[in-house]
Design a protein around this ligand. Structure first.
Ligand code: BGC
Length: 509
C-alpha cells in the first residue's frame, strides 16, 4: 500500500505546482508532481460500464476504448426498484476499475427526467428524485466499497442536451431543491461520493461551476460534502471565480492557460492562498485514497460480469401488457421479427458508449426453440421496405406467435442532442400494424432508452419493455419470453400518451 501525507505534501508544493494540480494533465489524468513522488490518477466514464481510453481521447464516445462489460443503462436499472441490485452493479464496476487502474468512475448520472425528449435520459434513472437518490446512493456505495471513487453528475439542473453548455436554467429555489437537487442531497448524505461533477449550464445566470451558493453553501455547508468538485469536460469558464465558488479540479487539461491565471490571481491578491490550498488538498486526498486502496495486479472475470449484466437486464424488464400469451410455450413455432432480434440496440450514444467485449442477441439465444426469423425493417432507414415487409408477413403467418423486436435506432437518442418527438421510426410502426393483421398472437419487445408512443398497443397481445438492456440483453430477453426469468420491473418514468401531455411540453428544450 502506497500512502501520502497530504498536508505535508501541500506544504511542500510551490504556487505553480498547486495551480497546476487544479487541472488535468491530459484528457483523463490528473497531474503528477514527480519531485515530491506524487503520482497522477486516471478517471473514466461511466456510468454503466468502463470507457477507458488509452489512445485517442474524446468526451463524446467517438474514439476507441478498452473492451469492457456493458451493463443495462440507468433508465432500465431504475425499473428494478432494487437498491441491492445497484449496489452489486457498483461493486462489480469497482472491481473493473481496480483491474483497469482507474481511480474514479464518472457516474452515476442522476439528473431528473424533466422531459421524455432529453437525449440523455437513458443515462438517468427517473423523473422521481427519491428513487433516483436511493438507487444512485447504493451504486455509489458499491463502487466506493472497492476503494474507487465516483463522480455523481451533472450537478445541477442539466436536464436537456440542447445548448447544454450555454443555457441558463430559470427555476425557483423550492423547485430546484425538491426536484432537481434532492437526489444529489440523498447521495451525499448516504454515500459521501469522492467527487461531484459540475454541469455545463448556468442556473439563474451563473455557471454551475462558478456558483458559490450551489457548491460552497448547499453542497458543502448544508449537506456536508467532503469530496472534490470536478468540472464536466470543458465546462470551465472563469477559473478564479470557480475556485472561489468551490470548484476544485478542471478537466480535461487547460494546456497551462488556467494554471497561469491562478498564479497571477494569487500574486495580485485576487485569490487567497487558503482557497487554493483547500482545492489542492481535496485533489491530493483523492490521490491518497485511491493509492491506499489500490490492489496491484487486480483482475476480474469478464464472463462472470456478462452474466451479472444478464441478471440485471432480467430484473429490470417491464411487462407493459400481457394478455395470457407470455411466457411462450417452448413447443410453439415462433416468428422473431425485426432487426433488433439479431442486432439489438442495447446502449446509448455519447460518453457512456462502451466497447462491449461481447454482445448476445435473442435470435442466437433462442437457437434451441422453434424460431424463424425475418429482419422486417432496416434500423438505418425510416421508410418501409416492401421486400422486408413481405418476408416478415410470411414468417409471421407460418408461426403460432410473432415476436417483434422494435425500438429506437442509435441516431434517435444520444448525448449531445434531444429528440423532437416520441415516435418510433415509421417503418417499425408500419411493420407492427401489418403483422397484427396476419398474426393475432403478436408480442412486441422494446429496445429504447426513453419513452415512445405505441399507437398499436391495443392490437398486440403483449409488450415487453427491455429498455437499453446492456450486452447480455439477448439471453435476458429469451429467458423473459420463455418464462425462465420473471419480468418484474416497474416503470420508473411516465410514458405519456401524447407528447403534449408532458408538463414540460411548452418549454422544452
Ligand atoms: C459528459 C460527461 C462525461 C464527460 C467525460 C461530458 O461530455 O457530459 O458525462 O463524464 O464528458 O467523457
Amino acid at each position: 500500500m502506497k500512502t501520502f501525507d497530504t498536508k505535508k505534501l501541500l506544504s511542500e508544493l510551490t504556487l505553480e505546482e498547486k495551480a497546476g494540480l487544479c487541472s488535468g494533465a491530459d484528457f483523463w489524468h490528473t497531474k503528477a508532481v514527480e519531485r515530491l513522488g506524487l503520482p497522477q490518477v486516471m478517471v473514466s466514464d461511466g456510468p454503466h460500464g468502463l470507457r477507458k481510453q488509452s489512445t485517442r481521447s474524446d468526451h463524446i464516445g467517438l474514439g476507441e476504448s478498452v473492451e469492457a462489460v456493458c451493463f443495462p443503462a440507468a433508465s432500465a436499472l431504475a425499473c428494478s426498484f432494487d437498491r441491492d441490485l445497484l449496489n452489486i452493479l457498483g461493486s462489480a464496476l469497482g472491481d473493473e476499475c481496480q483491474a483497469e487502474e482507474l481511480a474514479t468512475l464518472l457516474g452515476p448520472g442522476v439528473n431528473i427526467k424533466r422531459s421524455p425528449l432529453c437525449g440523455r435520459n437513458f443515462e438517468y434513472f427517473s423523473e422521481d428524485p427519491y428513487l433516483t437518490g436511493e438507487l444512485a446512493a447504493s451504486y455509489v456505495n458499491g463502487v466506493q466499497s472497492k476503494n474507487i471513487g465516483t463522480s455523481v453528475k451533472h450537478y445541477a439542473a442539466n436536464n436537456q442536451e440542447t445548448r447544454r453548455m450555454s443555457i441558463s436554467v430559470e427555476v425557483d429555489e423550492r423547485t430546484l431543491r425538491e426536484i432537481y437537487l434532492a437526489a444529489f442531497e440523498t447521495i451525499v448524505k448516504k454515500s459521501q461520493p469522492w467527487t461531484i461533477m459540475c454541469s455545463y449550464n448556468c442556473i439563474g445566470g451563473i455557471y454551475s461551476c462558478e456558483n458559490d451558493w450551489l457548491l460552497n453553501k448547499v453542497l458543502r455547508d448544508e449537506w456536508g460534502f467532503q469530496g472534490l468538485v470536478v468540472t464536466d469536460w470543458g465546462a470551465m469558464n472563469d477559473r478564479v471565480k470557480a475556485l472561489k465558488a468551490g470548484l476544485d479540479l478542471e478537466m480535461p487539461s487547460s494546456k497551462g492557460i488556467t494554471d497561469k491565471e491562478i498564479v497571477n490571481a494569487v500574486n495580485e491578491g485576487r485569490l487567497s492562498m487558503e482557497t487554493l490550498d483547500q482545492a489542492v488538498l481535496r485533489i491530493l486526498e483523492l490521490v491518497r485514497k485511491y493509492y491506499e486502496g489500490k490492489i496491484d495486479g487486480a483482475s476480474y472475470d469478464k464472463e462472470e460480469h456478462h452474466d451479472l449484466a444478464r441478471i440485471m437486464a432480467e430484473e429490470s424488464a417491464v411487462l407493459l401488457k400481457n394478455e395470457a400469451i407470455l411466457p411462450l410455450n417452448p413447443e410453439m413455432k415462433v416468428a422473431f421479427i425485426g432487426e433488433f432480434a439479431e442486432a439489438p440496440r442495447y446502449q446509448g450514444g455519447g460518453s457512456s458508449h462502451i466497447n462491449s467485449f461481447k454482445l448476445s442477441n435473442a435470435l442466437e439465444a433462442a437457437k434451441d426453440y422453434k424460431v424463424c426469423y425475418a429482419k422486417g425493417f432496416d434500423s438505418q432507414k425510416e421508410e418501409h421496405d416492401d421486400a422486408l415487409l413481405k418476408e416478415a408477413i410470411e414468417c409471421a403467418k407460418e408461426a403460432q406467435v410473432a415476436v417483434i423486436f422494435a425500438g429506437l435506432p442509435d441516431a434517435y437518442e444520444s448525448e449531445g442532442y434531444d429528440r423532437t418527438h416520441l415516435d418510433l421510426p415509421s417503418n417499425q410502426n408500419h411493420l407492427i400494424e401489418e403483422i397484427v393483421k396476419v398474426q393475432p398472437n403478436t408480442v412486441v419487445v422494446l429496445h429504447n432508452g426513453s419513452p415512445i408512443l405505441m399507437p398499436w398497443a391495443d392490437k398486440v397481445k403483449a409488450i415487453l419493455e427491455v429498455y437499453l438492456g446492456g450486452q447480455a440483453v439477448g439471453e435476458a430477453t429469451v429467458n423473459l419470453l420463455y418464462g425462465h426469468a420473471n419480468p418484474s420491473g416497474k416503470l420508473a418514468e411516465t410514458f405519456p400518451l401524447r407528447l403534449q401531455d408532458n408538463p414540460s411540453y411548452l418549454n422544452f428544450p
